[in-house]
Design a protein around this ligand. Structure first.
Ligand code: NAG
Ligand code: NAG
Ligand code: NAG
Ligand code: NAG
Ligand code: NAG
Ligand code: NAG
Ligand code: NAG
Ligand code: NAG
Ligand code: NAG
Ligand code: NAG
Ligand code: NAG
Ligand code: NAG
Ligand code: ZN
Length: 506
């Protein structure tokens, strides 16, 4: 891709110096005015698939097969987007740099208890460490330094989940001299959790893993009964201060004071290549950006490709927090597209009017929802609502009072019978069985959903790039987190939570 772009640019420059008149005429050709029909017609499943294939290739080019921030696969994604957008000669393209601490790789090499390989999960941001020593139960819930006995030095702390952050437990165990921490669930089964990004004022994390309640209480019982339980914990993680980028592209043309912004995230989780989450949104938006460059527009459009969504909406937050007040006021609306090709999809729309989840966005959010509802209705498809709780990159926009909307095809939730009737697919199966997993690759995509949601993006961009007629003016004096509770309508069908459940911290 790098090579191809440079060759094209080189050819243009050569042609321009040889035949300046021809070049000027070519560039002055008036482009047709954008329409929803024309822009939708430019979105094809072949191009959507080809774009996501490139992202999968970026992930699979290195052994960890991921596009988590700081990985080669994520860097390649960023530079590819920048080149693709620059080649259109229609946008002001920039990279917006920011830093964050991230666990860029991590695994449990060994967890052996009394000689038996035992199942456990890595707690995010765990330190690396290898130790073979007895398990020592900690008093209470391990939220107080006094819960950690002196005999813990050099041993493995066995701690119940509950009451305080996993991160505090890991630090307190380390401060007491423990070489590793094993946190067992306080409900049936196991769990995945995060210690939260370091640093922590109380101290440093130690090697930390989670196990099921059944295993944990079993060990405590045996130890209380006088047994010694020896374990080996061997954990390897890489935690770095990552330098990463948002990719931003704003049309050179159009009214910059009445702008539409839209975005998706470029990063995946460590576990997989992130092709539905959110390669689908990334490529859907990119294809619309490419198509838009063939047309004239009235209102400017900013395309945002956010980094670090999976680490907690980092890129979109950084963007919004660093926008000058006058430019924040110039954004009339923001549209978010995070997972739009789920294999067992639903057509979900952010609940901007609060009718389904009792959370209403700033004025304009209801209009965005209604616009997208009309889109699916015109396409002859059913739609449902997804909670407007700020757990994807639209959250920071809501925080500063920018009306927001977008579509979503579903994550880990199981499809109900009713939803199977509305959308087809399989009831009782996750909407995306590969959510945050290694199998979220090109084979995980539903191309019917991908194409339809790609056209939904095109339709919204064409419409708002043409006119804001009938759309509420921005209220620039709204309070932060201007999302409002709203009475629930009586007769709503079941709706969806947003895609991203925050990682458990306690
Ligand atoms: C572009 O074309 C229009 C109409 O054909 C003409 O009026 C205008 O002067 C041209 N602009 C440039 C920079 O050539
Ligand atoms: C990714 O890009 C950042 C910023 O340029 C750089 O610091 C980092 O070393 C790159 N990582 C890889 C794995 O190439
Ligand atoms: C890939 O994962 C391994 C094992 O977890 C780790 O040692 C290595 O640093 C990772 N590579 C990159 C580029 O993050
Ligand atoms: C644990 O599993 C690893 C890899 O599967 C194996 O090499 C090792 O021998 C096993 N150890 C025990 C004690 O079962
Ligand atoms: C920790 O325990 C000590 C002694 O029981 C008590 O004085 C202190 O308040 C506790 N701290 C917290 C944070 O609960
Ligand atoms: C934790 O996450 C890993 C990787 O996504 C997964 O394989 C494992 O089953 C999860 N554990 C639990 C208890 O959900
Ligand atoms: C645990 O290890 C100690 C030595 O480190 C050993 O004496 C003891 O027998 C072991 N206990 C079990 C149950 O394996
Ligand atoms: C990460 O690196 C940047 C640039 O060097 C620095 O400004 C920032 O303080 C670092 N963050 C941490 C947590 O070390
Ligand atoms: C916002 O104001 C700054 C100066 O304060 C100016 O440079 C910038 O162009 C303005 N942005 C817009 C979109 O008007
Ligand atoms: C819409 O949902 C209804 C059931 O609520 C179903 O009968 C109908 O076939 C669905 N329409 C489409 C296009 O899937
Ligand atoms: C704008 O929002 C503020 C704070 O919510 C509210 O007090 C004010 O009435 C709103 N203005 C308009 C014109 O809606
Ligand atoms: C909606 O939220 C408001 C404020 O939190 C609450 O008073 C009201 O009872 C909620 N309505 C419903 C139907 O849940
Ligand atoms: Zn995700």
């Amino acid at each position: 891709m790098t090579m191809k772009s440079s060759i094209v640019l080189g050819a243009l420059v050569a042609a321009a110096s040889a035949t300046p008149t021809l070049r000027r005429r070519q560039y002055n050709t008036t482009k047709p005015v954008v329409t929803s029909e024309a822009l939708q017609a430019d979105i094809s499943r072949e191009n959507l698939l080809a774009g996501t294939q490139i992202l999968e290739d970026f992930a699979y080019a290195s052994p960890n097969r991921t596009r988590i921030i700081g990985s080669p696969g994520h860097n390649d994604t960023i530079y590819w987007l920048k080149e693709e957008l620059e080649a259109l000669d229609y946008y002001d393209v920039s990279l917006q740099n920011f830093f964050t601490v991230a666990m860029v790789s991590g695994q449990i090499n060994t967890f052996v208890v009394n000689g038996v390989n035992t199942s456990a999960d890595l707690l995010e941001y765990s330190a690396s460490g290898t130790v073979t020593a007895p398990l020592v139960p900690v008093a209470n819930l391990g939220c107080n330094a006094t819960d950690y006995p002196a005999e813990l030095a050099g041993k493995i702390a066995l701690i119940s989940r509950g009451s305080c952050d996993f991160g505090l437990k890991s630090v307190l165990a380390g401060n007491a001299g423990a070489a590793a921490a094993v946190i067992y669930n306080n409900a049936a089964g196991g769990f995945n959790g995060t210690l939260s990004a370091p640093p922590r004022p109380e101290g440093e994390y130690i090697a930390s893993i989670s196990i099921t309640q059944e295993l944990g209480t079993g060990y405590v019982e045996a130890i209380t009964g006088g047994a010694t339980i020896n374990a080996t914990v061997d954990v390897a993680t890489v935690i770095s201060n990552v330098s990463t980028y948002n990719v931003l592209a704003t049309t050179k043309g159009g009214d910059q004071h009445n702008k539409l912004a839209l975005g998706g995230h470029t990063d995946s989780v460590l576990a997989g290549p992130g092709i539905n989450d959110d390669g689908s949104g990334t490529v859907g938006i990119l294809e619309v950006a490419k198509a838009l460059s063939k047309y004239e527009i009235n209102n400017a459009v900013t395309f945002g490709f956010w980094a670090g969504e999976e680490e907690g909406l980092l890129g979109s937050t950084y963007y919004v927090e660093n926008l000058p007040a006058n430019e924040t006021a110039d954004i009339r609306a923001y549209l978010n597209f995070d997972m739009i090709a789920s294999p067992n999809y639903v057509h979900a729309i952010y609940d901007g009017d609060g009718s389904a989840f009792n959370l209403t966005g700033p004025p304009g959010s209801a209009e965005l929802e209604s616009f997208l509802e009309d889109f699916f209705t015109s396409a002859g498809e059913n739609f449902t609502a997804t909670a407007f709780d700020g757990r994807s990159d639209y959250g920071p926009f809501l925080d500063v009072g920018i009306p927001s909307g977008g579509t979503f095809t579903g994550a880990e939730e199981l499809k109900t019978e009713e939803e199977a009737e509305m959308f087809g697919g399989e009831a009782g199966v996750a909407l995306d069985v590969c959510y945050h997993s290694a199998c979220d690759n090109i084979d995980n995509l539903n191309l019917d959903a991908f194409e339809l949601h790609g056209k939904a993006i095109a339709s919204a961009v064409a419409t708002y790039a043409t006119s804001w007629e009938g759309f509420p003016a921005r209220n620039t004096t709204v309070a932060r987190r201007s999302i409002k509770p709203h009475a629930r309508k009586a007769s709503q069908p079941r709706h969806y939570r947003s895609k991203r459940s925050l990682p458990s911290r306690k």
